[in-house]
Design a protein around this ligand. Structure first.
Ligand code: SF4
Ligand code: SF4
Ligand code: FES
Length: 535
């Protein structure tokens, strides 16, 4: 029974620690609140409970037999033992059964180092096998999309089946056969080309479902990991960027209940190669009197950029994947000079994930279109109006997609073109006065605002090439030279200056954004304004 102060709370003891959790909580979740991880395979907080693996058996006082912690709800005064001999012996037995047909593949398995079968066997499995008979063998199967199935490694936890059936609403997978012949089957004529199917690879606790894209690219322990935000669309899924030797090799979802739960789509997951592109700008360049772009020191190039912009009306053409911080600083230049602020964005199909409310691959294929709009930029659909004496500051628009002749002509006709970006667009390379090399979003820190008005931080994952610098750093140096900002030495300072200057961001502080983000002041309007996109 609930009262109007919230759900009824239940107090119990788990491994000698007192847990106080809402009524209806499972023992496995209650244990997490007091820092106890109960071993498990089939249980996942983003899936319906199945209770099929028995790896989560715990000893509950006064219960006649061991209880599965994932499928048993807490009771007042309950006393739970996770690591006493009775519970551990049972789980050691479960592991022994799971390993009967599991091959000794760890040296060649992509999951090694992040495999829950490895981890729990090391933690509480038998030291040696008593099984001498030949192991079952089934050939590897291409499941379609980015997914490969290695049945010999499968422990039949059914996480993949439940995800495709209950969350993706695309019941392609099933448990075929029974007993030790059981394996995960695929419905005839169907495959895992669903936009969200790649999540089964993350959900699989062992190396039975693998990403074809990541196959044999790296061992788990060779990877560096950083918290980031996907730039694939305006949903703003929380992700982990994984790099090996400064190269991005894999993107994985990072949980955030308010944005993407535990999942990410294939469009966002697999579109990362551009991040590693080799044709990056890595030195500042200034147009010399002989007409050629010459490499210069940063100080010389920034002075040249400020001199070129000073006294002119400056329009800004910014990427909707630029950070809030970069957009804010460029906006200062535009606003002070009376120019226009534009962004261009691509659109694609929408692909909701049926089992998770308000999670979809969004039509707007950029991370920060909302941030751009909040900061005074307008979507540019036709050719811009640029006066003969005007300047244009380009902020990381590569001019590679949908750059019409009319747009390029208008840009080329500007009196001054200052470019700050990761690559120099060839269509305007001969007209640019100064070009300033920027880090991309994996090489700097910053924030994006998603379509619901959630401001979320992304962290640096790797180093930028050559002398390229973070966008906030370059634009803060430029605005300081133009007398528009006092010295801003940290991305946090830039964000706090942004929040102080723009009403929707009022009340937000970089220090309190955390890694789950905070909503802008008028987020309710945003939810409504964007509601037509997808429910
Ligand atoms: S393939 Fe992986 S997720 Fe699916 S049942 Fe087997 S072990 Fe579980
Ligand atoms: S839904 Fe959008 S933000 Fe989320 S993973 Fe896909 S492309 Fe990235
Ligand atoms: S995790 Fe509880 S039975 Fe599988």
């Amino acid at each position: 029974m609930s009262d109007n102060t919230g759900p009824k709370m239940v107090t119990l003891t788990i491994e000698g620690r007192t847990a106080v959790v809402p009524e209806g909580t499972s023992i496995i979740e209650a244990a997490k609140t007091v820092g106890v991880l109960i071993p498990h395979y089939c249980y996942h907080p983003g899936l319906p409970v199945a209770g099929v693996c028995r790896m989560c058996l715990v000893d509950v006082e006064k219960f006649p037999k061991l209880a599965p912690a994932c499928a048993t709800t807490v009771m007042e005064g309950q006393v739970v033992h996770v690591h006493n001999e009775k519970a551990r012996t049972a789980r050691t037995g479960v592991l022994e059964f799971l390993l009967i047909n599991h091959p000794l593949d760890c040296p060649v398995c992509d999951q090694a180092g992040e495999c829950e079968l490895q981890d729990y066997t090391f933690q509480e499995g038998r030291a040696e096998s008593r099984y001498e008979e030949p192991k079952r063998f089934n050939p590897v199967e291409d499941f379609g999309g980015d997914v490969m199935y290695v049945p010999n490694r499968c422990i039949l936890c059914t996480r993949c089946v439940r995800f495709m059936t209950e969350v993706a609403d695309d019941p392609v997978l099933n448990v075929s056969e029974r007993g030790d012949r059981a394996f995960i089957g695929k419905a005839p004529g169907h495959d895992l080309t669903n936009e969200w199917a790649g999540n089964v690879v993350d959900l699989c606790p062992v190396g039975a479902l693998l990403s074809k894209d990541f196959l044999n690219k790296a061992r788990a322990w060779e990877l560096d990991r950083s918290a980031s935000i996907c730039t694939g669309c305006s949903q703003g899924c929380n992700i982990t960027v994984e790099t090996r030797d400064n190269t991005v090799v894999r993107l994985k979802p990072r949980s955030n209940d308010d944005v993407n739960l535990y999942f990410m789509c294939e469009t966002g997951r697999l579109d990362y190669r551009w991040i590693n592109r080799r044709d990056r700008l890595d030195q500042p360049q200034v147009r010399s009197p002989d007409g050629a772009l010459r490499v210069m020191d940063w100080e010389v190039a920034l002075d040249a950029a400020a001199d070129a912009l000073r006294g002119r009306r400056v329009h800004v053409l910014a990427s909707p994947n630029a950070s809030n911080e970069a957009l804010f600083l460029a906006e200062r230049v535009r606003e002070a000079s009376g120019g226009q602020g534009w962004y261009r964005v691509s659109y694609g199909h929408e692909a909701p994930l049926p089992g998770v409310p308000d999670l979809s691959l969004r039509a707007e294929r950029a991370a920060n279109g909302t941030g751009a709009r909040l900061l005074g930029y307008h979507e540019l659909t036709g050719a811009p109006t640029i006066g003969a004496d005007d300047a244009v500051l380009i902020v990381d628009d590569t001019l590679e997609q949908h750059a019409t002749d009319a747009l390029l002509q208008a840009l080329r006709a500007a009196a001054v073109l200052v470019h700050a970006g990761t690559t120099l667009p060839t269509a305007i390379a001969d007209r640019v006065h100064v070009t300033l090399p920027l880090a991309n979003h994996t090489e700097e820190e910053g924030t994006f605002t998603n379509l619901r008005g959630r401001v979320q931080r992304f962290l640096q994952s790797r180093t930028a090439p050559g002398l390229a610098r973070p966008s906030w750093y370059v634009l803060a140096d430029l605005t300081e030279r133009l007398g528009l900002t006092a010295s801003l030495a940290q991305p946090a300072q830039v964000f706090d200056a942004l929040a102080a200057a723009h009403a929707p961001f009022a009340g937000l502080r970089h220090a309190t954004l955390g890694l789950r983000g905070r909503l802008v002041a008028n987020a309710a309007e945003f939810a409504e304004a964007n509601a037509g996109a997808t429910t």
